[in-house]
Design a protein around this ligand. Structure first.
Ligand SMILES: Cc1cc2nc3c(=O)[nH]c(=O)nc-3n(C[C@H](O)[C@H](O)[C@H](O)COP(=O)(O)OP(=O)(O)OC[C@H]3O[C@@H](n4cnc5c(N)ncnc54)[C@H](O)[C@@H]3O)c2cc1C
Length: 430
């Protein structure tokens, strides 16, 4: 008699759940639970019609870089997701809209080279910021050759100890990293220094920024191929039984599985667990922040004319805890290039004209502190226990900034523990 395929539930369809389901689908009978009515990664994608053409806009836009996103890029390449280079050069303006620092990028042979733009070309203050930035990256690269020396140091402490130039830190570095990590400046400072520097020294600037050419609509179906997807199925409880785990959907059915991979965010995962007190306690250490994203056509949120600015505009009012960041989507997403100009603003400090707003979405995102990092290391230790059936995937689980790559990293780690070869590592067939 053929051996019964073990059953496995994946809870959540962000990139962590999708990649886990895809990796595990051949060796396990996979059922995916998603609380939303569509797979989570594409749940906020909207239609955009202008100049007689209809396109899809992912909310939020997701970008990545070659140096930092090894797992994500390997997965995308393996399943055939086409990627494109995208320009993410920035313009940094103060609260009155006066330009503090403005740079552009050009690409040569796979390298992205930055240069000062507009007034910054002749502005001594902008040159000072640029030189402080160069010194910061040179020092960070040297320090990351021996990251052990940074253990227990927060990024804020590192900036102080390394005497990083304050104009560069306040005008460029903190605003850039607060949008990358979707959190306020203090949370950026609270990150462990080596995690933050690992990202900053991975070549994000030099190797350029990329995005999926056709957006999330091209990613989700590829990763859900061959698995059972249950949408509108918010999991309310995961309980341990005899040699199995029981998954109960809110107001609905219970099903038992040999294994359960929880791929919701930490606080959502914690709320599902019945028993598992030690894991719950660890999950509860993960800090998170909530912020808003607006998609709109209101050019007045920019510190200048859209056609004279680099694609990413930072608005940094004095005393604010986060910057407001507007991305010109028409410039950064190739499939929108021939349509009317449309923007995405993270943390809108000023509201766009309501008649020009296409969507507004609130997002919650984990951050990392030394305490949460230690707790996640202990959570990963549970995966090594004999007979473990409960697994955790998600951007918060890996020892990195909680970005797309961390999420895929965490599902690769779980798949390996479950004895599944990773196709791009082993050359194994799909
Ligand atoms: C505004 C913003 C911009 C970002 N931009 C980028 C970027 O450009 N590049 C990048 O690398 N990263 C970016 N990120 C981060 C990236 O989006 C996350 O790292 C990634 O989404 C994490 O994936 P995940 O699968 O761990 O979690 P999530 O994407 O949060 O997925 C969790 C899933 O679980 C589902 N779920 C929750 N509770 C339940 C339940 N009880 N039952 C069933 N399902 C449940 C949710 O509906 C969701 O689908 C951005 C984040 C934000 C907020």
């Amino acid at each position: 008699m053929p051996e019964r395929k073990l059953t496995l539930a994946v809870i959540g369809t962000g990139i962590a759940g999708l990649s886990a389901a895809w990796l595990l689908r051949n060796q396990y009978r996979v059922t995916v639970f998603e609380s939303q009515s569509r797979a989570g990664m594409g749940v906020h994608t909207i239609d955009w019609t202008s100049r007689g053409k209809q396109s899809r806009i992912d909310v939020p836009l997701r970008i990545f870089s070659r140096g930092y996103y090894k797992h994500l890029l390997a997965l995308y390449e393996h399943v055939g997701v086409k990627i494109l280079a995208t320009d993410h050069a920035g313009a940094f303006a103060d609260g009155d809209g006066d330009m503090l620092f403005h740079y552009g990028n050009f690409n040569i042979g796979g390298q992205s080279i930055s240069y000062p733009r507009g007034r910054s070309l002749f502005d001594p203050h902008a040159w000072k910021i640029g030189l402080q930035g160069r010194r910061f990256f040179a020092r960070a690269t040297k320090d990351m050759k021996n990251p052990g020396t940074l253990s227990d140091t927060s990024f804020g402490q590192y900036l102080q100890d390394s005497k990083a130039g304050p104009e560069f830190v306040d005008t460029v570095l903190l605003p850039m990293m607060s949008v990358t990590c979707t959190c306020d400046y203090q949370a950026v400072r609270d990150y462990p220094a080596d995690i933050m520097l690992g990202y900053l020294t991975s070549g994000v600037q030099e190797l350029g920024i990329m995005s999926a050419a056709k957006g999330v609509d091209d990613i989700v179906p590829r990763l859900l191929d061959g698995v059972e997807l249950l949408t509108d199925s918010p999991v309310a409880e995961i309980r341990s039984g005899d040699d199995a785990l029981t998954v109960t959907v809110a107001g609905g059915d219970s099903r038992t599985f040999d294994h359960v991979v929880v791929a919701a965010q930490a606080q959502q995962a914690s709320a599902m667990l019945s028993g598992f007190d030690a894991q719950k306690q660890l999950l509860d250490t993960v800090p998170f922040e909530t912020s808003e994203m607006s998609v709109h056509t209101d050019e007045s949120l920019l510190p200048g004319r859209a056609d004279q600015l680099s694609p990413v505009s930072y608005h940094i009012p004095e005393g604010s805890t986060r910057s407001e960041v507007t991305v010109n989507l028409t410039r950064t997403i190739a499939r929108l290039n021939d349509q009317d100009t449309v923007f995405q603003t993270w943390n809108p400090i000023r509201d766009p004209d309501p008649d020009k707003e296409l969507a507004r979405v609130s997002f919650t995102r984990p951050t990392v502190t030394q305490d949460s990092r230690d707790a996640m290391s202990q959570l990963r230790d549970f995966h090594g226990q004999q007979g473990n059936r409960l697994w955790f995937c998600g951007s918060y689980v890996a020892d990195k900034i909680p970005l797309l790559d961390a999420a895929v990293d965490s599902s690769v780690a779980v798949a390996e523990r479950l004895g599944v070869p990773i196709p791009w590592q082993s050359g194994a067939a799909d």
